[in-house]
Design a protein around this ligand. Structure first.
Ligand SMILES: *Cc1c(COP(=O)(O)O)cnc(C)c1O
Length: 386
């Protein structure tokens, strides 16, 4: 195995290292308290109690009620559930959903599936920096609209959407609002009391927790059909034995990430801005993708004219640097990123994009080393082309 300690990891939007405290918190729920929390013997109630403590802890951090948190297998399941649930309530007929062109594939591909089942979907265009216009959301509402789904922050460009404003407008119109907050939770403040969302997806592994666990927030009183059928876990709304160690780890990760949010966001923003300004100043024909102001603390997404992003990634990897082009999920696919296309980049510029996503684990020295390496590689590639 490649020793991850010998590389510079700048792909935190793809996944994050698990906090040592999270691993420690999870361990007892695999070794000792391994009982199925649904059973009736005492060791089971110990596990059940830990799950309910974790649920309450996560709820408290986002201004929600414990009974509004439903544990799932991750962000993808939560997105699928939210969208399917409202459409199934209408029998997939006379049913309209509004979403944006820059959503994660977990939302986009779920919408495509729903279209095959008879649901109408509007994919809203975005501005050149990736922002959804709240007025366009209301302009596209029709009597059949059951839900609007707009992500909290984009995984490729880091653009933070005006979600509270969209939620406010939809509340007045009595249309349900779902937001994919996978990139936001633990990175920027989230408060369900001002968000005006009825459903919200999150995932543990994007904030220092384990993979394969996440949640769907469902506001109290909002009807929701189950998506996974089986046992009566999660108050009959999500079947399957609860991932006890995962849930414990998720809660611990949320605790650490939110406790340190202000400090980390400030530190990571400084690293991000140092990297962006150095690259733009020192590498000719480089352009920043996404919004300058409404941007996740750790996101650096830059296109280099005349360069193939994929080639750059391979050369960066050889230099021990982990980054990504577009989203990790579309690696292997030859189409340019749907997000970069939606913000209006021509195909060549979209293909020349590289995404570095930083965390509090990165240092100014790493930022400088990566920038220097990038500069060198691009110079080399450009001379070779001439
Ligand atoms: C990673 C990600 C997902 C998928 O989450 P998983 O837990 O990996 O299924 C969904 N939406 C966004 C915005 C993401 O970044």
């Amino acid at each position: 195995m490649t020793d991850i300690n010998n590389v510079i990891y700048m792909d935190h939007a793809a996944t994050t290292p698990v906090y040592p405290e999270v691993i420690q918190a999870m361990q007892p729920y695999m070794e000792e308290s391994y009982a199925n929390p649904s059973a009736i013997y005492r060791p089971a109630s110990q596990a059940a109690k830990a799950v309910s403590t974790a649920r309450a802890a996560i709820a408290e951090r986002i201004g929600a009620l414990p009974e509004e948190i439903y544990f799932t297998s991750g962000g993808s399941e939560s997105d699928n559930w939210a969208l399917f649930s409202v459409c199934e309530a209408r029998g997939f007929k006379d049913c309209h959903i509004i979403t944006s062109q820059i959503e994660h594939h977990a939302v986009i591909n779920t919408c495509k599936r729903l279209e095959k089942l008879g649901v109408k979907v509007t994919y809203l265009p975005v501005s050149g920096t990736g922002l959804v216009d709240p007025r366009k959301v209301t302009e596209n509402l029709c009597p059949e609209t059951v839900m609007v789904s707009v992500m909290y922050a984009n995984n490729e460009t880091g653009t933070i959407e005006p979600v509270s404003e969209i939620g406010q407008l939809l509340r007045e119109k009595k249309v349900l609002f779902h937001t994919d907050a996978v990139q936001a939770l633990g990175h920027i403040p989230i408060d369900m009391n001002i968000l005006n969302a009825d459903m919200m997806s999150a995932s543990a592994h994007k904030l220092g927790g384990p993979k394969g666990v996440g949640m769907l927030y469902i506001r109290k009183g909002v009807p929701a059909y189950p998506f996974i059928h089986g046992g009566a876990q999660e108050r009959g709304r999500r079947a399957g034995t609860v991932n006890v160690p995962g849930v414990i780890g998720f809660a611990e990760a949320v605790r650490i990430a939110t406790d340190n949010l202000d400090h980390n966001a400030e530190k990571v923003t400084r690293l991000r801005d140092r990297m962006i300004s150095r690259i733009l100043a020192e590498i000719p024909d480089s352009v920043l993708n996404g919004d300058h102001d409404n941007r996740l603390p750790g996101n650096v997404n830059i296109s280099f004219k005349g360069i193939e992003g994929e080639t750059l990634l391979i050369l960066l990897d050889r230099a021990g640097i982990c980054a990504s082009s577009g989203s990790a999920c579309s690696t292997g696919a030859i189409d340019p990123s749907h997000v970069l296309t939606a913000i209006g980049l021509d195909e060549a510029t979209a293909r020349g994009a590289v995404r570095f996503t930083l965390s509090e684990h990165n240092t100014p020295d790493e930022v400088d080393r990566v920038t220097d390496t990038l500069k060198e590689i691009i110079e080399r590639l450009r001379t070779a082309c001439r």
